[in-house]
Design a protein around this ligand. Structure first.
Ligand code: C2E
Ligand code: CA
Ligand code: CA
Length: 707
């Protein structure tokens, strides 16, 4: 074509014009076109071919190069063979697939379909015309299909293909190895699953998959060796009825999940259901019972007595063993469908769900409580030592519409009553327990007024030295005189302890007690060595200025620091360890003495408590009481005294009520004693007369408690 004059193409063409025009036309084609001579040397390349074979540079590939060089060495033989045939057929035509050199391909070769026409006889062309068509996409598709097939075969998921009759068309390796024998033994055309799964497959899965396009869910079926597995299946059915099943073995996962659920709802030590399980079960029991005319539901709150001591004296290992043994014994006396739960620590709960019973619930509850008590009558062997356990039980019965939580709280209150009224017993919840707890609010506001109105005062209980029976000091105990009646701390301290009130009370008692001791010193010059013991609460220990408060009380009263003893229960020591240690160091630096109160009721060992630098250990009243009937308690007291002495601490026996107890603690080598037998807490003026007269036990009869 001639564009020179700008008038458009010229249609008068000479032979050479035709060549040029054809050549320009060929250069516009996206396909590569090559002409080779009978010797297979290239005589012509269009633009695309020059670029492709010239490595992108159209000047590099020119006529004259060998056509064979453009063919992948591995493909040459078969291409040559085809070309040889074509050379013998002037005007003939053939196609061949092979790889040609291609600069765009990473490996330098590209799969193509080559179309060859023999135009050797054509006077203009005189060669074989070869045009190349890109076969890359088809090639990729073919290899992907192959790869896909391989992937499906090798995947760990089970893959099965059935026709509409259920005949198996394909099962991948995973499916074959899982269902191996089942596959081969499956009846003709049948589904290769266990009878149950096949039944499920044809009655549920397939109809659902047909109507919804697919079904997914889990089935349990046996593997080749007959072991049951959980398979998670996706089943889809095509419009032609072909059914594709993919399955995954989720047995381990399900087992793991159910294991996790078990762990979340069970106590690791005893294997019993835990608090989480309790809450659920309790609410369910409440709902179940709500439908019946009268609910038959009881909750027993069971707390091991003195477990802390076992843990403490024998170590956690035996403590755990004790809990496990107790759990086993309880379990043995609990009947289905009642439920035994370990709430934590040494607390257990029994839920009695007696829907079908006829006996009154009170009798049912009492009977179970009795069984629990007697299950511990035989000692538990811990490392060869027989240990006797006992429990305090509180029972609440469903009446009306109490929630599970209410029931639990009620049984807890009743259990608390069982503890405080002497342990190893059962108490029933009564309404007053709840109101007592609720009364707290009123008490708090009254207490504030009581402090302002001077209704709070201090009572003094003498502390007697052993074996001399001389008065060596007093413990200051707070009292509240309300409407002419004296109220003991048990009724108001717990409430005061929940607010800042306790600090006001404790500071008041501290100051008052220091001043009282100074007054006695002035009045009784021969009592210069009396000490005064004052109780500290956890809150006071935690406050930053305790040392200042104490120093101030000493300064205000003029009392010598070593005559003041501050009593701390071990429970209080542990509340905020860091703050406590700092506070106690400050107090010791002042020269004030420390006593560990109610020893034996908490968690810790004496050797641990020794670190706090206490001078005195006060042995809890329950042990002194226990020495009457309990040989082990006597041994515990003896051990505490021995241990305290080796640590350089003195001992005070608390709650000595009888002459027997008095003589026993004296014989055991206790340093001092305190208790109703020797003097009840009394107002300061009465305490003055004790200082005058001393303690006289000569008139006390054996076996009598003074109250
Ligand atoms: P605690 O420090 O163990 O005080 C001894 C308790 O045992 C006193 O009870 C006392 O009256 C009682 N007691 C003494 N001898 C006997 C006995 O032979 N038999 C019996 N059954 N009991 C005896 P109280 O005065 O009712 O005080 C109870 C608790 O309240 C005290 O136990 C102490 O922890 C606390 N408390 C008392 N006054 C204060 C105070 O001013 N501040 C603080 N923070 N707590 C105080
Ligand atoms: Ca005390
Ligand atoms: Ca005490």
């Amino acid at each position: 074509m001639n564009h020179d004059d700008g008038t458009g193409p010229t249609f008068t063409l000479t032979g050479s014009d035709l060549r040029i025009a054809s050549s320009q036309l060929l250069d516009t084609l996206p396909d590569a076109i090559v002409v080779v001579g009978p010797d297979l040397n290239v005589t012509y390349l269009n633009l695309t071919a020059r670029k492709v074979f010239g490595g992108g540079d159209e000047n590099r590939a020119q006529a004259g190069i060998s056509g064979l060089d453009l063919i992948h060495p591995e493909d040459r033989a078969h291409v040559l063979e085809r070309l040889a045939q074509l050379l013998d057929q002037p005007g003939g035509h053939m196609t061949a697939d092979f790889r040609v050199a291609h600069h765009d391909e990473p490996d330098g070769w590209k799969p193509v379909e080559a179309n060859c026409t023999n135009l050797l006889n054509d006077p203009v062309i005189q060669g074989l015309v070869v045009s190349f068509r890109d076969r890359k996409l088809e090639h990729v598709m073919a290899t992907s299909a192959q790869r896909l097939g391989r992937a499906l075969e090798r995947t760990s998921d089970l893959l099965l293909l059935h026709d509409r009759q259920g005949t198996l068309l394909f099962a991948n390796a995973a499916a074959r190895s899982f269902l191996g024998t089942v596959l081969t033994s499956a009846p003709n055309g049948g589904w290769p699953y266990s009878e149950r799964t096949t039944e499920f497959m044809t009655s549920v899965i397939l109809p659902s998959a047909k109507s919804n396009g697919s079904w997914d869910g889990e089935v349990t079926t046996a593997d080749t060796s007959g072991v049951e597995h959980v398979l998670s299946l996706v089943v889809s059915v095509d419009s032609d009825g072909t059914c594709v099943i993919t399955g995954r073995d989720v047995t381990a996962q399900r087992r793991y999940e159910s294991d996790l659920t078990f762990r979340a709802t069970h106590d690791a030590l005893t294997g019993l259901p835990n608090r989480a399980a309790l809450v659920e079960f309790l609410e369910k029991s409440v709902t179940d019972n709500a439908s019946g005319a009268n609910p038959r539901l009881a909750v027993l709150f069971v707390d091991l007595d003195r477990f802390k001591l076992i843990n403490d004296s024998l170590g956690h290992h035996y403590g755990d063993q004790m809990l496990t043994s107790v759990a086993e014994r309880f379990q043995a006396v609990i009947r289905q469908p009642d439920m035994l739960v370990r709430l934590g620590g040494d607390e257990f709960v029994v839920i009695v769900n007696d829907a079908t019973g006829t006996a009154p619930m009170k009798e049912v509850g009492a009977e179970i409580a009795a069984r629990l008590h007697s299950s511990l009558h035989e000692p538990i062997m811990l490392g060869g030592t027989p240990v006797f356990g006992s429990v305090s039980i509180g029972i609440a019965i469903q009446d009306g519409q109490l929630s599970g939580n209410d029931l639990l709280r009620r049984s807890d209150l009743a259990m608390f009553r069982a503890k405080t009224s002497g342990r190893s017993r059962t108490e029933w919840f009564v309404e007053t327990m709840a109101t007592e707890a609720e009364r707290g609010f009123a008490v708090e506001s009254q207490l504030h007024r009581a402090l302002d109105a001077n209704e709070i005062f201090v009572a003094y209980q003498p502390v007697i030295e052993l074996p001399s029976t001389g008065v060596i000091g007093f413990e200051a105990l707070v009292r509240w005189r309300r409407d002419g009646e004296v109220i003991e701390p048990a009724l108001f301290l717990a409430i005061a302890q929940e607010s800042e009130l306790i600090m006001r009370i404790d500071s008041f008692v501290l100051n008052e007690a220091c001043q009282q001791l100074m007054r006695w010193s002035a009045e009784f010059p021969h009592h210069q060595h009396l000490h005064i013991a004052v109780n500290l609460s956890a809150r006071q220990l935690a406050r930053g200025d305790l040392v200042d408060v104490v120093a101030n009380a000493l300064a205000q009263s003029g009392l010598a620091a070593e005559r003041l003893v501050l009593e701390i229960t071990e429970g209080n020591l542990m509340t905020d360890l860091r703050a406590t240690i700092a506070a106690l160091e400050g107090i010791r630096a002042l020269g004030v003495q420390l006593a560990i109160d109610d020893f034996g009721t908490g968690y810790s060992s004496l050797s641990y408590l020794q670190r706090f630098g206490a001078h005195t250990v006060k042995i809890d009243r329950t042990f002194i009481e226990g020495t009457d009937v309990n040989e082990p308690d006597t041994r515990i007291v003896e051990a505490i005294i021995g241990l305290a002495n080796t640590f350089g601490m003195t001992t005070v026996a608390e709650g000595v009520e009888t002459l027997e107890q008095f003589e026993r603690v004296k014989a055991l080598g206790c340093g001092a004693a305190q208790g109703y037998l020797l003097g009840r807490p009394m107002p300061a003026d009465e305490a003055s007369s004790v200082l005058v007269k001393g303690i006289d036990l000569s008139g006390v009869l054996h076996g009598s408690a003074i109250h």
